[in-house]
Ligand binder design. Structure first.
Ligand SMILES: Cc1cc2nc3c(=O)[nH]c(=O)nc-3n(C[C@H](O)[C@H](O)[C@H](O)COP(=O)(O)O)c2cc1C
Length: 172
């Protein structure tokens, strides 16, 4: 069993969670940033774990494109998003990611957690035209505030525990 772990991360949240999960993988493994232009030969791997950041309710386009190129593997995902993983938005993200990973592969599991939102995006949300699409309501401002402390040590541990469970059947 050889595992490939890839990720796309703009501001580092996804990278951090992915690196923590990478640590607990016991078999032969490789970590690649999707923007590194490193050549990936998928034939070398049996299992692929994809880390993405959430853009407009789904996996960012770079990771989405990558997932679509994977066929006949065991596939799992790690995603970070501004909203809470357990929110209805988080649940739709989860469903979309499961569908994406299941298309041509054996889906084995997915982990989502909150990640702080880029202040530049928040600033844009306060201005036209995003102001009309994503108004900074008190609820949205609270979500953005809550996300500021994520991903944190609890998220790292939850991600590691989740993958220990799905990969090695270890129940912590
Ligand atoms: C352009 C843009 C679009 C985003 N869209 C969403 C979204 O639809 N839902 C959400 O919960 N978070 C959204 N976010 C927040 C990011 O998914 C979140 O901050 C994530 O942790 C960023 O990961 P990274 O640091 O690995 O880039 C968006 C962020 C950006 C910059």
């Amino acid at each position: 069993m050889k595992t490939l772990v890839v990720y796309s991360s703009l501001t580092g949240n996804t990278k951090k969670v992915v690196e923590k999960v990478f640590e607990i993988i016991r078999e032969e493994k490789k970590l690649v940033a999707l923007n590194s232009n490193e050549n990936i030969d998928l034939n070398e791997y049996d299992r692929v774990i994809v880390g993405f950041w959430v853009d407009k309710g789904t996996a960012d386009s770079r990771s989405k494109k990558f997932i679509k190129s994977v066929k006949g593997k065991e596939v799992a995902f790690i995603g970070t998003l501004g909203a809470e993983a357990g929110s209805s938005h988080g649940q739709s993200v989860n469903e979309r990611a499961i569908k994406l990973c299941s298309e041509n592969n054996k889906f084995i599991g997915g982990f989502l957690c909150q990640g702080k939102v880029d202040p530049k995006l928040v600033e844009k949300m306060g201005k036209f035209p995003l102001k009309l699409i994503h108004p900074l309501t008190p609820e949205r401002l609270k979500r953005i505030e809550d996300a500021k402390s994520h991903p944190n040590e609890d998220d790292f541990k939850a991600a590691q525990d989740y993958f220990k469970k799905i990969l090695y059947n270890e129940h912590i």
